[in-house]
Design a protein around this ligand. Structure first.
Ligand code: SAM
Ligand code: SF4
Length: 430
């Protein structure tokens, strides 16, 4: 979501006459887009800001001014406090008001205002005020839903991104068409709970994610479709059917379970149990036997015992994820779990994370190695380290390095996998 937001902010800045630079020493404006989901992500901002101040002072000696801005969820959570810790920050705004960036910048550039902060939850939708989106390459993100009403007891999202909001069907389709026209072959629909999507159609009728996927699948030129992140309890039969019927829907689904213990899931205020989760995955795999799963896990949530953690390991074995993200529980101010008794020590959290990650990386490696000798459609997205080498992704989101001839960037080619490790694969374009 932050990658998408940053892309939209960069496009607004281009409209204001700014251009991108790879060197911070050359930047007249530095804008950090921030994440507040775990303490580590939030703290990173302040070390980055410290470095930005050093560069700002060096630039000042050379006679150049530097504007420093902060965007995103850290601002929504910290508000004016940002200026207490970093008084040299010129402006800051939350994730729901970034459409106001041009006006804020004008006020700062003309020195009309200082230390501007905008953390409003505005009545208007920012999407109605953003310039048209354009593709950067063959793969694009498209935000269709934002905010969350689930209030998992560990999570800041409902407080930083606000209540759940779904963009109208027409807006999503129009943005998708624009992305395809400008070179996109793959769209990844985004939302904090993307499968809770309930945007209105032109008759004011609320439509589901499954409806939207069917509509998008009708667009000429779209070759691949994904959606992330889904909330397990909101996976409907209609959505499961899409995995059977919609050919461009990729056979890879990120469905965060967080824990394999029902006791912990209840304390987390998740609306699924390990049994309902397993049942949902089974139904999805029946709809598309080629479907593979990924997930998020939190270890060391308050009151998590060794037995609860064993249940998580057992669930991993049962599902057999091909990729996953796992985190130590991080106390977030203002969330119910932060003040729960039964907090788990850092030492135990680290031990459990090591055990879980060893298992998850083992599964990932096993899957990648099983792909050697197979042929996949790979969409090339980045330059590799060697001349003539590109890096692309398979339908399962694995990175593949391959030597190419001609201009294959942003295009799809058939690639035979020749070698695989935990994190990447090599292949030969056929
Ligand atoms: N909406 C998605 C869901 O409910 O499954 C998850 C979105 S959340 C922004 C991304 C991931 O961050 C979560 O799945 C969770 O694993 C992790 N996360 C959120 N809060 C956390 C916390 N306080 N400590 C550790 N990990 C956290
Ligand atoms: Fe956070 Fe996801 Fe829970 Fe919403 S559903 S509170 S985004 S973890």
């Amino acid at each position: 979501m932050n990658v998408y937001d940053s892309h939209r902010m960069a496009m607004m800045l281009e409209n204001e006459g700014y251009e991108k630079t790879d060197k911070q020493e050359d930047a007249d404006l530095v804008l950090f887009n921030t994440c507040h989901i775990r303490e580590k992500a939030a703290e990173k901002l302040f070390s980055d800001l410290g470095r930005a101040l050093i560069i700002k002072n060096e630039r000042l000696e050379r006679g150049f001014d530097t504007i420093i801005g902060v965007a995103g969820c850290v601002v929504q959570a910290e508000d004016e406090q940002i200026f207490k810790r970093a008084p040299y920050v010129d402006f800051a705004f939350g994730p729901l008001t970034y459409h106001r960036l041009p006006q804020i910048l004008k006020d700062i550039e003309t020195k009309k205002k200082q230390n501007v902060v905008d953390t409003e939850f505005p009545a208007e939708s920012k999407f109605d005020f953003l310039p048209e989106n354009k593709a950067l390459g063959g793969c694009s993100f498209l935000a269709i839903q934002e905010g969350c009403d689930n209030f998992c007891t560990y999570c800041v999202v409902p407080y930083t991104r606000g209540v759940e909001y779904s963009r109208p069907v027409k807006d999503v389709l129009d943005e998708a068409k624009k992305l395809i026209e400008t070179g996109t072959l793959e769209i990844n629909l985004l939302g904090q709970n993307v499968n809770s999507y309930h945007g209105e159609d032109e008759n004011g009728k609320e439509r589901s994610l499954a409806y939207l996927i069917n509509k998008l699948a009708e667009l000429d030129g779209l070759k691949r479709l994904r959606y992330t992140t889904s909330y397990p309890a909101d996976v409907t039969d209609e959505l499961i059917l899409c995995h059977k019927n919609i050919g461009i829907l990729m056979p890879y689904l990120h469905l965060p379970v967080q824990s394999g213990s029902n006791k912990i899931l209840k304390l987390m205020n998740r609306r699924h149990t390990r049994e309902t989760y397993i049942e949902t995955v089974q139904k999805l795999k029946e709809a598309n036997p080629k479907l593979e799963m990924s997930s998020d896990f939190i270890v060391g949530f308050p009151f998590e015992t060794d037995e609860d953690f064993e249940q998580t390991l057992d669930l991993v074995d049962k599902i057999g994820y091909i990729q996953a993200f796992s985190f130590k529980y991080s106390k977030r101010p203002g969330t119910p779990a932060a003040t729960m008794d039964g907090q788990v020590s850092e030492k135990v959290k680290k031990e459990r994370l090591d055990v879980l990650q060893t298992k998850l990386f083992g599964l990932q490696e096993k899957f990648n190695i099983s792909c050697v000798g197979q042929m996949f459609d790979v969409l090339f997205e980045q330059h590799g380290r060697h001349k003539g080498q590109l890096i692309g992704r398979t339908p399962y989101m694995q990175n593949v390095h391959a030597a190419v001839t001609g201009d294959m960037m942003g295009k799809i080619a058939k690639v035979k996998i020749t070698n695989a490790t935990t994190n990447s694969m090599e292949g030969k374009v056929i």
